[in-house]
Design a binder for this molecule. Structure first.
Ligand code: AQP
Length: 378
């Protein structure tokens, strides 16, 4: 099949003007054949890429620029996102509209948005593989949130744990956004035909509500949305506060001794780990009735990759002091390359990433919203 054209070789003498037309035809044949072969290979490759892309899942997740990103956010979410980006189509948002549910200083908020993007990239999220964008750059989120508000029963929103916790925490500012937050989060997710949402345990209830809302919409208007599922990394899904191991580590904790921020200095890390609450006794042993040491051992495991049993035997006969000193040193070493990358990323680099991310996200979101408009009769 490949030798359809028998192309005679030209001898030296044949390279004369007399042979020019024949030579030109042969060259044209050769060229067309190569072009034909190139195009066939390209089409086959394109079909293969499309087939493999159709098996890829769409992954969506996001974080709020509400404070210092800590080890809980990192191991519960961001670290897992980076691992998913080779085999899936990943979209990672900086959900700045969500952060407005609590009071903000505009200058600080702007800085936190850029710093969050820095954290994503320093943690291994590659803007060439994944879409990184700011939620407020894609207005479709806010519009779909309004539409979803109109299919979501208030009772569903009122029973959300985060709404109850945050209303108690911000008594002076219990705004409507705090209550309808899950509708905006549902919009973030289902706007992109998301299949999986890798999150920490505290966000599972919201992802389940997003699924319920999508189901309600589909029942009312016909199949429009894919029903998303949360994706958890069991061991790191709930990192507890260092000052209170019965509550999760949180960006908006009142005490900075609650968390280790990814950008904390070595001195701060050492101080925070030294001050971390411990249980009665002094044995380095993982048991659920000793939540403080269990939490610190989980962090040690995530940082070093050592199994809990190995950690136990490594510190056999030693006390909390030795364990804490080693843990602090290991966290410092672990965060060093992340901090170096974080400090090297310039704002103008991020502006380009935001621009390209917004374009890519908007492209998907606007098509989906158009479809939704048609479905609901707008
Ligand atoms: N302690 C945690 N352990 C494991 N995962 C956690 N996440 C949050 N805290 C822990 C996960 O981090 C991702 C981004 O979180 P977010 O920005 O959506 O905020 P959040 O869930 O409300 O967490 P924070 O840190 O407590 O922030 P604030 O104080 O602003 O509310 C999510 O996937 C989350 O599950």
């Amino acid at each position: 099949m490949y030798n359809i054209y028998i192309i005679p070789k030209l001898t030296k003498n044949q390279h004369s003007i007399a042979f020019y037309p024949k030579f030109a035809i042969i060259t044209l044949y050769k060229f067309s054949y190569r072009l034909y072969r190139f195009l066939i290979i390209q089409s086959v490759l394109l079909v293969l890429i499309r087939i493999s892309a159709s098996f890829m899942s769409i992954i969506y997740s996001a974080a709020q620029p509400t404070g210092n990103i800590h080890l809980g956010n990192y191991f519960g979410a961001i670290y897992n996102w980076a691992k998913l980006q080779d085999d899936n189509e990943c979209i990672f948002g900086i959900v700045d509209l969500h952060s407005l549910t609590v009071k903000n200083n505009p200058t600080e908020l702007r800085k936190r948005i850029y710093d969050l993007a820095r954290i994503y990239i320093a943690s291994g999220i590659d803007p060439k593989k994944s879409i990184i964008y700011r939620q407020s750059d894609v207005s479709e989120h806010a519009e779909l949130a309004w539409i979803l508000n109109c299919v979501t029963p208030i009772a569903e929103l009122e029973r959300m744990t985060q709404y109850k916790d945050k209303s108690a925490q911000h008594k002076q500012n219990i705004n409507a956004g705090l209550l309808t937050y899950p509708c905006l989060m549902a919009a973030d997710i289902i706007l992109y035909n998301t299949k999986f949402v890798p999150v920490g345990e505290d966000q599972v209830q919201h992802v389940e509500l997003a699924r319920t809302i999508a189901k309600k919409f589909n029942n009312q208007y016909g199949d429009t949305f894919i029903l998303p599922k949360s994706k958890l990394n069991k061991i790191s899904a709930r990192i507890m506060g260092l000052d209170d191991p019965t509550k999760k580590m949180s960006k908006s904790a009142t005490s900075e001794y609650n968390y280790i921020a990814l950008t904390d200095s070595p001195e701060t890390i050492t101080k925070k780990i030294k001050k971390a609450v411990t249980d009665n006794g002094s044995e380095i042993h993982y048991t659920l009735d000793k939540p403080a040491i269990a939490n610190l051992m989980t962090i040690y495991h995530l940082i070093t990759g050592l199994e809990l049993k190995e950690i136990q035997s490594r510190f056999k006969g030693k006390g909390y002091r030795d364990f804490k000193t080693d843990l602090a040193d290991r966290i410092i070493d672990f965060l060093k390359p992340i901090q170096e990358k974080f400090n090297a990323i310039e704002d103008n680099e991020l502006d380009l990433i935001f621009k390209s991310g917004a374009k890519q996200a908007k492209d998907i979101a606007s098509k989906k919203l158009k479809q939704i408009h048609q479905t609901i009769g707008l």
